[in-house]
Write a protein of this length. Sequence first.
Length: 299
Amino acid sequence: MNLKKAYWTNWILVVLIAILFFTQHQNAAMAANEVLKPYKERDFRYRKPIESQDGGMFLRLPYDPLRDINKRDEVPVRKVKSYYVSSKPKRHQKDLSLNANGRNITYFAVGQLKGNAAMTVIFLHGRDGSRHLGFDDDRFGGNFNRVKNLMFRNKGIYLSADFADFKNDGKNDIKALVQKYRPLTKGPLVIACGSMGTHLCWRLAKDPAAAAMIDGLIIMGGFPDQEYLEMKKHKIIPIVMAHGSIDYVYNWKTTYNMYKNLALSGYPARYLLFDGGKHGTPVRMTDWRNSLNWIAANQ
């Protein structure tokens, strides 16, 4: 009886060791494939979802202003606590310009600007914004500071640009910026649009020459584009949509319906709904590393 018990004990031990080895090997392989390694992961990652659908592609995520604003910010909404930010990228960021389309396009930039960048992210502001918004370390709970650090520390490039308008001139300004940085980027090039900046995300995605250079879109508090849905041929660009459930500027159900149409056709799309969040909540709460690594994995 003791010999039989010892046999099964040893057999179970061998199985557990094999499982542990496989799990560690698998986790190491997954980590090796990630473009962006962790930075302040515990402070910015999502909490346990309230609801998950479509194999985790749709997530309803908890949001609590008392925790996510008041406990995080030194001055609520205006200045985050110093713990959540690092000034390391700020010492290297540049205020640059590009002459194109008969205009001087100004933008902030940080990272591997000489080339061979692991990834490039270009942030496009909404109405009444400017290039300064995407490089604001203190607002939105330090989330812009996080993406700056993620790109800087992972040999990527992060840009925040001004542009002429939210129509074709603005689209052409960002297209010129993409043309400049696409050859400097060996990995994905992603456009992230906030609020009214979504006009430019969709215009770029519908422009064949621009879309050919773009590998992902992040839409934060934006709106859908029926023309994009109805296009019969276009480059497949992975899309992350993030929205607050009580956004009174753009109703979340409109982008959710677009997400469902994309998902049903097998298109790579994710939807993040912040429960109780308002218009600016996605800019504060979107986990940049999670979204950008997902886009990179879906190339």
